[in-house]
Write a protein that binds this ligand. Structure first.
Ligand code: LMR
Length: 327
């Protein structure tokens, strides 16, 4: 009798009670502030997943290197301690050299050109370029064009000579500053302001939105509007995690990613314009505009990198990128 009622109870539990599977947990870690293109993108992804997928998937967002920073986020992804990241493509050089194409100075005229390149088949292939490292590229997210900042006025390339610049972990960026007779130090984003304040480095490069959000003007009295390169991200997961998600759920997540990507790339220009205005209004840093001729001199100094890196990046990738400007 006892056995019978236990059996009935099990059946009742199995068939009449709703079964709540554990939600799939996606921890999304990044290194910048929430009010930046990437920061907003991560929050929008979290909101849309919550609204549309109910209890099936839960997204937790960790901004500002609060969970992992540049130095350890990729290892954390591999260990399964975080499921989504959106590092700048500059930080992937130990996994593929092809993505260094985005770091080449003066290759893209503006963000629109970058977006045209990202819509090309070649860029779709770049999303799979780290598959052998279990890295799954979901989308390209953009920030904006990069500017140079320093503790002294940079108007001509020779003005940068002898300074040390904070860079992301990228050989192309190292070579870019070597071409100016300057040094470059690879420093995680989260430690950049401290390094500038301590004088470990005297200059850096970044998009307006990051400069404002990170408060670089506290330590950089001069910012030169060079628009010499672009800051772009790849939204990634680990292939093993992503492929483990049931097909229907994964498809829905990917369609949310597509929608968020469009929004991030739309927001990017506005947030950078706003960042520039905020820096100008704050008045701590002097913003230096360049004439056409002055900007051309920076281009002449940095452009030899295209040839230097052509073999590593791949002539096919470089050629595809060179066809997107509308000059
Ligand atoms: C940097 O390190 O300067 C950027 O990659 C930070 C970011 O993620 O925007």
């Amino acid at each position: 009798m006892k056995y019978l009622s236990a059996l009935c109870l099990s059946f009742a539990m199995l068939f009449s009670m709703p079964v709540h599977a554990e939600p799939i947990l996606i921890k999304f870690s990044h290194v910048v502030a929430e009010d930046t293109p990437k920061g907003r993108g991560a929050l929008l992804f979290q909101r849309l997943v919550a609204e549309r997928m109910g209890d099936a998937v839960k997204v937790e967002v960790y901004p500002n290197s609060t969970l992992f920073g540049d130095a350890d986020e990729m290892a954390a992804l591999k260990r399964g301690e975080v499921q989504m990241l959106a590092p700048s493509v500059s930080k992937f050089e130990s996994y593929t050299k092809q993505l260094q194409v985005f770091d080449l100075p003066f290759l893209f005229d503006d963000l629109e050109a970058v977006k045209r390149f990202q819509r090309r088949e070649k860029s779709r292939q770049l999303l799979r370029s780290m598959a052998s490292h279990d890295i799954y590229g979901l989308a390209f997210w953009n920030n904006g064009m990069k500017q140079l900042s320093a503790n002294r006025e940079l108007r001509a390339p020779a003005d940068a000579k002898g300074l040390a610049f904070r860079i992301q972990a990228s050989s192309v960026l190292e070579s870019q500053f070597a071409a100016l007779g300057a040094q470059a130090k690879r420093i995680p984003f989260g430690e950049s302001l401290k390094a500038l304040q301590a004088g470990t480095v005297q200059g850096t490069e970044n998009a307006w939105s990051n400069m404002t959000a990170a408060g670089f003007d506290q330590a950089q009295p001069f910012i030169t509007e060079t628009n010499h390169g672009s800051l772009n991200y790849m939204l990634i997961s680990s292939s093993s995690f992503w492929q483990s998600i049931p097909y229907a759920t994964r498809t829905e997540l990917e369609s949310i990613v597509e929608e968020v990507t469009a929004q991030v790339n739309k927001d990017a220009e506005q947030l950078n314009r706003q960042g520039r205005e905020q820096l100008a209004a704050a008045g701590k840093a002097h913003l230096i505009g360049l004439s056409k001729e002055e900007r051309a001199a920076w281009r002449v100094a940095m452009q030899p990198l295209w040839k230097q890196y052509e073999a590593e990046i791949g002539a096919d990738v470089l050629r595809a990128a060179q066809t997107v400007n509308r000059r």
